[in-house]
Design a protein around this ligand. Sequence first.
Ligand code: NAD
Length: 484
Amino acid sequence: MAIKVQGHVINGEHKAQQSSAYIDVINPANGEIVAQTTAGTAEEVDKAVAAAKAAFPGWRSTPASERAALIARIALVLGANLEELIELECSCTGILASRMASFDVPALMQIIQTFAENLEDYPFVEYPPVRTLPEAHDVKVFKEPLGVCGLISPWNAPLFVTFVKMIPALAAGNTVVIKPSESSSVAIVRVAELLQSILPPGVVNVVTGYGREAGAALVAHPDVAKISFTGSTNTGRMIQRTAADTMKRVTLELGGKGAGIALPDAPIELTARGATFAFLFHAGQVCISGTRLFIHESIHDQLVARMVELAAALKPGSQFDPQTTLAPMAFKTHYDRVMGYIDSAKEQGATLVCGGEPMVVPDAPESLFIQPTIFTDVTDDMRIYREEIFGPVLSVIKYSDVDDAIRMANDSCYGLSAGVWSGDPIAAQSIARQLEAGTVWVNEWHALTGDVSFGGMKQSGYGREINMASIESYLESKTYLTSF
Ligand code: NAD
């Protein structure tokens, strides 16, 4: 594949900025440079925001029915270019093409469809019943777009996360400046380029580059009304602080440390398969991964033994080979970080029952695979118990009393995902209600649907995304009273 050189998409044009440096994007499955993207500056962010600001009056006054029709056309543009987009997304991030086809693409198409189908009926004007005003009044509530929205996304699901933000923002009548992760902007820039054929210039802009420069400039920009951010809790904290200066609206989708509880009656094979998938989907580089598993002592050894068999069967390789079932770490510094967590667990006395080493792929020595790794005897003072690793590493904790398991599952600053494995739906639901997480599964993991909202509790962030209701976080209410 030839090296793709990309710039920003600003005001309908895609061009590399002369002043900018380039960032190499490396395929983590083989170590080859596949693209170079522009390291955007604050001045370039300023241009993109100015373009989005200029486009806002026209876009907000476009009737909702027309915006809905244009959103429907986005699905057609994606569909017509799917092969190219999947190739770009996967080669730059290590995401398996099979995952894109089975999860990311259907999920983002469902989001587009939901908004395209329901936007025209959305109550942009509400007529609340009025009881307390002395004279006859006409009272309405207008739901109005915010203006320019900054959308900042991470590297683990670049296209999906961008669409989760962009579609409701556009549906509400806002214009957007997208700042993708420095290591995964390639497919997003291509999408933005393609969308220029159907959207007015300036409605969708992309500035690529580092978070500390382009991202920070977007968050601080006085003409940006809202930041929707998905990424780590530490960055989210910085964004919240900076956004306070200009009182920007903020949605924060942050890190996680998903806890699953396997009850004594958990079906062994289903639980083993589900809990293995929970921590190894995209090699654990997913915010909702199930990375702590509390197993009742009566089934602990049997369940762990079966999970070790399943985890060891995963195959590294090219992300385009249908036989590949394990993704690489997305880039070298992240690979080093995950290996650091594995070393810390060994030093802190956890028992390694499988994995724990780099995985060497014979014809790709520069690849960044790590063996699926399971530690038992993990205790609450260990780093792997508390911190988000974002790699193929599971902490197993044996328990005897279910109330202890619930307490330990909730003993985390995060609150994004959790799960219960059980043969008893009533008991499972009762425990699920006690778990502090925005999404709780029973006897499955990672299932999501565009029909319900998604988001975090505690330091996993706030705000809800994905379903039609997420449009509300891109709108503001204006109360209108008249005595005519
Ligand atoms: P990150 O926080 O390092 O970066 C995320 C984005 O923020 C990138 O585009 C980056 O360039 C930008 N950024 C960095 N510093 C910035 C700053 N000072 N100002 C503005 N922007 C800045 O996260 P990451 O490593 O790209 O992604 C992994 C993290 O994302 C994990 O913690 C994961 O749990 C989280 N995540 C959460 C969800 C969710 O829905 N809750 C989904 C996916 C990933």
